[in-house]
Design a protein around this ligand. Sequence first.
Ligand code: SAH
Ligand code: SF4
Length: 357
Amino acid sequence: MNKENKTELLGMNIAELEKYLLSLGQPRFRSKQIYGWIYRKDISSFYEMSDIPRDLRENLDENAEISIPRVLKQRVANDNTRKFLLEMKDKKKVETVLIPQNREGNDRYTICISTQVGCPIGCVFCATGASGFQRNLKSYEMVGQILGSRRELAKRLKLQDNQLITNVVYMGMGEPMLNIEEVLKSINMINDHRGINIGQRHITLSTAGEVKGIQRLAREKLQVTLAISLHACNNQLRNQLIPLNRKYPLEILMQAVAYYIEYTGRRVTFEYIMLDGVNMGLNDAQAMIKLIKPLLANVNLIPYNEVNGLDFKRPTPSQIMRFNKWLVEGGLNVTLREERGADIEAACGQLAAKRER
Ligand code: SAH
Ligand code: SF4
């Protein structure tokens, strides 16, 4: 029998699961068993939990659920990057991208997860921003993106392997810092060695510069990497590109980043999208050097991925090299992001599930 309003088990940590099972009159140790089944095995029914007594399995089947999002669609790029369209319980859709660490695609994967359906920030260069905002995702829906994608990937690769995904980047649809409590819960869960077991150092959180969230994350003193989407080094240009800059201008953002570094002792990454004719002049490079050199930080240069209907252009390779050289000569630690999955619009900022039918 299908009951409405079943208890969602996905997203519960061991303590919460224990509490739920105690309420059913079950012994404590069952929570670890069930937790293992949810996160380490790929099951699609409570009846597959072979070491759980039959009456409990029946009880769970009737009263609880594990809502791993369904993969509605997938596209595979030439470099084996995969983009999944995942459907949540309420039929809302988000995109998740899996990027193999080698181009043959038989290796370990980095997963790029979404934190919101759409995004309220509305950066003018971003496909997600252009698609509007619908709602925040719950932590179980973030974790669910990993489980749903891992299941599909293992099936496609014909592998039984729950360690296929080794790195997580919160760089899909949405602004993680506007949903920080659920994001923190999801990190905890991803991190738990009894479950998905991905180390904090393998997790990166990217923000357009939501200062309250940066301060909140600092207080957690996690070992995750904080990435800041910079994209412009003066307020006039940054206001145009990232509307959030009007609320938290560069001086305030940089103060928050300096506080984060001091408080956590962790190196941060500044992401910088290169937009042809917009933010790649010598003056931009000089402004960036002045802003970032005093900090414990890396710069990650990202060639813009063009989006249908938006006016921005990707620079040429020689423009990219020139800009890179200015920054390196100025003493910054720079990496150039390798492009992955652009032929299936799975690259950064090309995610907009709304356009998928
Ligand atoms: N909202 C967060 C995280 C998701 S976006 C943020 O903005 O940081 C992840 C990264 O992709 C950000 O650095 C974002 O600026 C960048 N991005 C957005 N659109 C892009 C595009 N079309 N090409 C390249 N990068 C893009
Ligand atoms: Fe939102 Fe990030 Fe896109 Fe800006 S770049 S609209 S913050 S997802």
